[in-house]
Design a protein around this ligand. Structure first.
Ligand code: WTA
Length: 640
């Protein structure tokens, strides 16, 4: 990260963008002078309430903050009905394409019909307000329809990323006590159908609470349909009634749960609210990505992650914009797939992750050069710190040196952007710049004092903040509010430069970012120790040029077992099955000991010193200081 310190390049906003930007410089001042007044104004402008709110922020029971209390609304009404009733009715809401070239353009009118019908389908299957519905789906328009239909009837959805294993899916279904599962017969990855339904079947074996499973026909993949439990989406839709009056939801009614990784092996169900969420996702999208009527917005994130929720589905649709969904790999049939699509769909704003940018960079500029990308006007990145080299490559080769890059820092828990440039700010490669108007963040030291380098905290509540961890208020308190009291602790380290810009350096807890996917070291470790051969495991993130980080596992074996390449393969396979292939360790090192303190805590930072080839840090608190030599030796002759 030292390189970022030396980063002096500053890029000023192009005249054309400055002149027409949705955001005006005075908004920063306005929000600073009256933060709640600013959010009140955003709520009035961006959300249609059925009953007006009485209070902008109810902070009577911190940190269980509630926004826009007293008000009622419905998210699907805001995302669909109000555009259906306007001259946007025939505008493209969702443009979709899959890897095999299938295309769909769904207008707001069509989306309205689908969402209404699917709301009736859910209702007819016995789903009511507050019930949980789990989605395990590809990036298809039906996924957005299902999410919106849930919000229409007041059900709480929990979308589980399609790359997670059946075990992880079952764990999430059970935690949320979902009674309906929506999935598909598969989707394509490099031309081969991926067996989503098979995984769903295995998960349902372990999740008996699921009463009904709805299956979208998407890949013509042969699957088993379980009589009485499984129903085809298209068959249910064929006879569904065409209108469902949106339920009137309290502003602070739970909207969805999204599981993410924390520092223990158990994933946490981050619970989001209705009105506050809807206000911030729209405000951020409108002012950061500067959306205009004619824009085509392509956020490449999967709907299984928060970015897909906020900036593929809810933000763009609530604003009445055109959002592009692509279900497929970036290099199929060739490495120019993304640019070919961007040109063909007329994408004007493109938002992706640093890991994808580094992959494009590795493939070379000849691929984007094959296509005319002159309609692009803004670029974005999210998910992990972007190295200045990748930033510059993106700026020059994709943005043609004219498109500002919005490096947006935020989290599953924050719901929407928190630290981010807007198109009127000077930008620098590698920094997410400043807090969004109405957001108060800082960098503090261990004693909560402002510092140039330290921990990133949020100093006051924000509208799209998580409400709690599903079913576990104590964990909400412990994970976010125990370290700095009334400041929300993000889990990230950061630095502040002389312009006051914030440079996020990465996680300071046991969370990894592998190709932008968030994984807990503890989740991977607990799957490893389930194997009969394994005594203990410590997983750390090792720097990787493309993926940002990859998991590396240090494993001690029980007496009588020996490390071998077969065992490595077996353990990797086990992680695939238990967590998902995204969590598979890139290497597994067998050692006879792990670096532990006298109280038994594994010192992962020492393991990171080894994998990064650094001088090993202070090891004096180790129970057995000689352990390090042995681990270094094991690593240098590593097993695979
Ligand atoms: C990291 C993704 C640097 C950070 C929306 C955060 C970033 C975690 C950035 C949340 C960025 C996200 N610069 N780091 N622009 N954006 N991060 O919950 O470590 O999947 O805490 O949400 O990603 O990951 P999550």
């Amino acid at each position: 990260m030292e390189k970022t310190n030396l980063e002096r390049r500053v890029f000023h906003p192009p005249e054309e963008i400055l002149r027409h930007a949705n955001i005006k410089g005075e908004m920063y001042k306005e929000a600073q002078a009256d933060r709640l007044g600013w959010w009140k104004k955003q709520a009035h402008e961006l959300v249609t309430f059925f009953k007006p709110f009485e209070k902008v922020l109810d902070d009577s029971n911190p940190p269980f903050y509630r926004w826009f209390t007293g008000g009622t609304t419905n998210v699907s009404y805001n995302c669909v009905d109000r555009h259906y009733h306007s001259d946007k009715r025939n505008k493209a809401a969702i443009c979709y394409e899959n890897e095999m070239g299938k295309k769909v353009v769904m207008t707001y009118r069509e989306l309205y019909v689908e969402v209404n019908k699917f709301a009736n389908v859910l209702k007819s299957l016995g789903v009511g307000k507050g019930d949980r519905v789990c989605l395990y789906m590809p990036m298809i328009p039906e996924a957005a329809v299902a999410m919106l239909a849930c919000t229409r009837i007041g059900a709480i959805h929990s979308v589980v990323f399609g790359g997670f294993s059946s075990h992880s899916l079952a764990e999430r279904i059970n935690d949320a006590q979902a009674k309906i599962l929506i999935t598909a017969d598969g989707n394509f990855r490099k031309g081969t159908p991926f067996p989503l339904k098979e995984n769903a079947d295995a998960a349902m074996e372990a999740a008996p609470g699921i009463e009904k499973c709805i299956v979208v026909k998407n890949a013509e993949n042969p699957i088993n349909m379980h009589e009485g439990r499984d129903f085809w989406y298209h068959e249910l839709m064929a006879s569904a009634a065409k209108y469902y009056q949106p339920e009137e939801m309290e502003a602070d009614a739970p909207l969805f749960i999204l599981y993410t990784s924390g520092s223990t092996g158990k994933p946490k169900g981050v619970q989001h609210s209705t009105a506050g969420y809807l206000v911030q996702v729209q405000a951020t999208l409108k002012y950061v990505f500067d959306l205009k009527e004619t824009d085509v917005f392509w956020c490449t994130a999967d709907i299984g992650w928060i970015t897909g929720h906020s900036y593929v589905v809810y933000g763009p649709l609530a604003l009445g914009m055109t959002t592009l969904m692509y279900d497929g790999t970036l290099d199929y049939p060739d490495k120019d797939r993304v640019w070919e699509m961007a040109e063909r769909w007329g994408v004007t704003i493109f938002y992706t992750a640093p890991t994808a940018i580094r992959t494009f960079m590795k493939w070379g500029p000849e691929y984007p050069k094959r296509h005319d990308l002159s309609q692009l006007r803004l670029l974005g990145t999210v998910g992990e710190p972007i190295n200045p080299e990748a930033w510059m490559w993106y700026y020059e080769n994709i943005g043609g040196g004219r498109c500002p890059i919005m490096d947006t820092w935020w989290q599953t828990e924050t719901g929407g952007f928190m630290v981010t440039p807007t198109p009127i700010l000077p930008i620098k490669p590698g920094t997410a710049t400043k807090p969004f108007p109405g957001i108060e963040v800082d960098v503090v030291d261990d004693d909560k004092q402002p510092a140039e380098r330290g921990y990133l905290v949020v100093k006051s509540p924000w509208p799209s903040m998580l409400m709690t961890i599903w079913g576990d208020d104590q964990r909400y308190l412990d994970e976010y509010w125990s370290r700095f009291g009334d400041y929300y602790f993000t889990g990230d380290g950061a630095k502040k430069d002389s312009m006051g810009y914030i440079w996020v350096t990465g996680r300071v807890d046991d969370v990894l970012k592998v190709s932008g996917h968030r994984l807990g070291t503890a989740e991977i470790e607990s799957s490893l120790v389930e194997c009969e051969e394994v005594a203990e495991a410590a997983v750390i993130g090792k720097k990787d040029d493309i993926k940002g980080e990859v998991p590396v596992a240090f494993v001690t074996l029980k007496d009588g077992y020996k490390g071998s390449s077969e065992l490595v393969a077996k353990l990797k396979k086990h992680v695939d099955v238990k967590v998902g292939p995204i969590a598979r360790p890139s290497s597994i090192i067998f050692t006879s000991t792990l670096p532990k303190t006298r109280s038994g805590k594994i010192m992962r930072r020492l393991l990171r010193d080894i994998t990064e080839g650094r001088t090993i840090g202070d090891a004096t608190t180790l129970a057995d200081p000689s352990a390090m030599e042995e681990i270094v030796a094991a690593y240098s002759g590593k097993a695979g």
